[in-house]
Write a protein that binds this ligand. Sequence first.
Ligand code: SF4
Length: 289
Amino acid sequence: MKILRAKTAGFCMGVSLALHRLEQAMASMPELTRRGQRLLTLGPVIHNPRVIKEYEARGVLCIDDPGQARRGDHVLIRAHGIPRHVEEELIRREAVILDATCPRVKAAQLAIEKQRKEGLGTLLLFGEADHPEVRGLVSYADGDALVFGDIDALEALALNEKGAYYLASQTTQDIEAFAQVKDMLHQKLKSPVPILETICGATRKRQLEAYRLAGKVDIMVVVGGLNSGNTRRLADIARSQGVPVVQVESAAELPRAMFQGKERVGLTAGASTPADHIRGVHEALAGMG
Ligand code: SF4
C-alpha cells in the first residue's frame, strides 16, 4: 500500500505561534504558583483533545468563561481570538492577557471593525455560528451581522435586495463554497457587495492539496480533532472527490478493514494536529502493508 502524505498536513502558522506563546508562558509557572496565580487558556488552545490533556497534566488550566479568571491570573487568548466583551471582562477582572490571536484572524477582526466604523452596512459572515472565531469576528461588527453556514442558510436569510451589506468569511472556510456565496450575492443584490477576503492562505493551500490528493488515491485519511472545523472541512473536500474518507484522532481509531485491497492511501491533517499524531497514523498505515 502506497501512502501519499500532504506536504501541508499539520500545524499552521497561527497554531504554532499560539503553542509557542504558551510554552514561553509556562516558564513563569513556578513564580505564578508561588503567588497563588494560575496560567489559563480561554477555551482549548487548539482543537485537539489529546494535546489539551497533555497541557492539563503540565498544570495549564482551560477555562470556558472569563468569569473564572482571577486577579493576576495569566490568560492566554488562543489563535481563534475572542469577542471584544470577553476581552473587556478579562481586563475588568485584572487578569494578565497573553494575546495569541493568529495575525490573520486579527487582520480579519480589524477589517470588519473598519467596515463597521465606515458604516458600510451589515456583515454577512460565512462561517459556523457557534465557532469561537466567528463569535469574535461578529463582535467587531458590533453585532450587526448575519452568520450563515452554507448556501441554503444564506438563501433563508431573506436579504433586502436594496440593503447595504459586506461579506467576510471565517478564516478556515471552504474556498469553493465562498466563491459560490459571492456569485449568489452578486445575483441577488442590486448594489455590489464589498468583499473581505478573510480565508487564510494556509487554509487555501491545505484544501487545495487535500482536493488534489483525494483525486489520486483509493482512500483518504484525515488526522485531527473531531471538534476541529478545519479538519472536518478537509474531510468534506476529500469526500467531494468521491473517495472514502476516514477521519481519526489517533492510529488506534483506524478502521483496518477499510484499507483492505487499497493500493494508494492519501494522508492529510488539520491545522491543529501535532506532528507526532500524524506520524503515528502514518506508521500504522505503513504497517498494514
Ligand atoms: S488557519 Fe490560518 S487564520 Fe486560522 S489559525 Fe491557522 S494561520 Fe491563522
